[in-house]
Design a protein around this ligand. Structure first.
Ligand code: SF4
Length: 399
């Protein structure tokens, strides 16, 4: 974790200067648009395919080098690619990621656990996090995901993945729920099922955003804040009263709690609540090699095939600089989780606040002799890009 601090400093300096001093610390690789789900919240499976080959990934990862720390291999459904372990092995060889994140729909229950085991072997010192998508319980999940029998298959996949836990110390198994207008009324049920039955290492939820990448702009999938707020505050109450085994878990949960506050405020205030460092600290590579600052806007700043697979070359095009200017000027806002977690890491007031709260929790549990509960997380210092330039206002978020 400490090895991230110099990278954060570099990202902050890049943001201040308005030009990148290094490749992003958070890289999402969309390995294919192919998908065997038919979710109500996603049309990505309809996009044409022109996927990078392993050789193309090797050249790209060699050019990125050790700058990137946090990799997400997404899709489409990433486990549909038979060469996913080899691809991640190449990322490991050249970039040595600290964290590798892989979402899965769990449909290929006979294949996914074995494929993930090969990933774990290919990246032995990276923390590999696999998040199973769960958007309902039983038939409700199948309805939202558009595949009959998906829930049963996903549960078999989950059981297969859980068996890997005892054998691979670098493996974290999570569950991920997209909260949309199609399942927000079911969220408490999903949350109870995950907490009581599945008991994953992580449970994360993300609000359904309309993304250019997923061809969902204008579909009205995002729930209104009036419905989202009470639902997510139930989850936040759980986070704040849960008992934690270690410091890393406390830190993770503190960031998660703050992320949910940011989502609520983004929906209400319709602006960047803390500065977005997409285009500096985070980026996405589309299956055909287009490089985006983020998947919400999904505007290509250049294609790796046209730049001899040199990431820095694409990262420094005039279009990339223009996107950075636009983002810094606050011309877009969203609650995208992937970018938001990086933004929080690079936002000194948020980082300091998490540090203080986590330290308070540790001291509190040491004094009480119990495993630590999260101390009550308040006084979230959030500010938008425009404010940050000229004041140090701290905004208190309501409980
Ligand atoms: S605020 Fe959202 S849409 Fe704008 S650049 Fe950041 S992640 Fe993308």
């Amino acid at each position: 974790m400490l090895e991230v601090l110099p990278k954060i400093a570099k990202m902050q300096a890049s943001y201040a200067l308005g030009k990148p001093l290094a490749p992003p610390m958070n890289l999402t690789i969309s390995v294919s648009y192919r998908c065997n789900s038919r979710c109500k919240t996603c049309n990505v499976w309809q996009r044409p395919n022109d996927d990078f080959t392993l050789e193309e990934y090797e050249k790209t990862f060699a050019s990125v080098g050790r700058a990137a720390y946090w990799f997400t291999f997404s899709g489409g459904e990433p486990t549909l690619r038979k060469d996913l372990p080899e691809m991640i092995g190449l990322a490991y060889k050249y970039c040595r990621p600290g964290v590798i994140n892989i979402p899965t729909n769990g449909i290929q229950d006979k294949i996914i656990p074995g494929r993930i085991e090969k990933v774990l072997q290919a990246a032995p010192t990276s923390d590999v996090i696999v998040n199973l998508s769960l958007d309902g319980v039983g038939e409700k999940h199948d309805q939202v995901r558009g595949v009959k029998g998906n829930f049963e298959r996903a549960m078999r996949t989950y059981a297969g993945l859980k068996e890997l836990k005892g054998r691979y110390k670098n493996f974290t198994l999570g569950v991920h729920t997209v909260i949309s207008n199609f399942n927000i009324d079911e969220f408490d049920n999903i949350h109870s099922f995950v907490r009581n039955e599945l008991q994953p290492d992580n449970f994360i939820s993300e609000i359904a955003e309309e993304r250019v990448e997923l061809d969902t702009v204008g579909m009205g999938i995002t729930p209104p804040v009036s419905k989202y707020q009470p639902v997510i505050e139930g989850l936040q109450r759980d986070i704040r009263t849960a008992e934690y085994d270690g410091t890393i878990e406390r830190i993770t949960q503190s960031f998660r709690d703050r992320y949910y506050d940011i989502v609520k405020r983004t929906l209400t205030e319709k602006r960047q609540i803390i500065p977005c460092l997409a285009g500096i600290a985070s980026a996405q590579i589309a299956p055909n090699g287009d490089v985006w600052t983020c998947c919400i806007r999904a505007e290509s700043v250049g294609n790796l095939r046209e730049h001899n697979y040199d990431f820095s070359s694409v990262w420094n095009t005039p279009k990339a600089h223009d996107m950075r200017r636009s983002i810094k000027a606050g011309e877009c806002y969203c609650p995208l989780a992937n970018a938001s977690y990086t933004n929080m890491l690079c936002h000194t007031p948020t980082l300091a606040s998490v540090g203080v709260k986590v330290a308070g929790g540790i001291v509190g549990s040491a004094l009480s002799g119990k495993k630590g509960k999260s101390s009550k997380l308040r006084d979230l210092p959030v500010m938008n890009a425009a404010h940050e330039a000229h004041d140090e206002e701290q905004v208190t978020v309501e409980a």
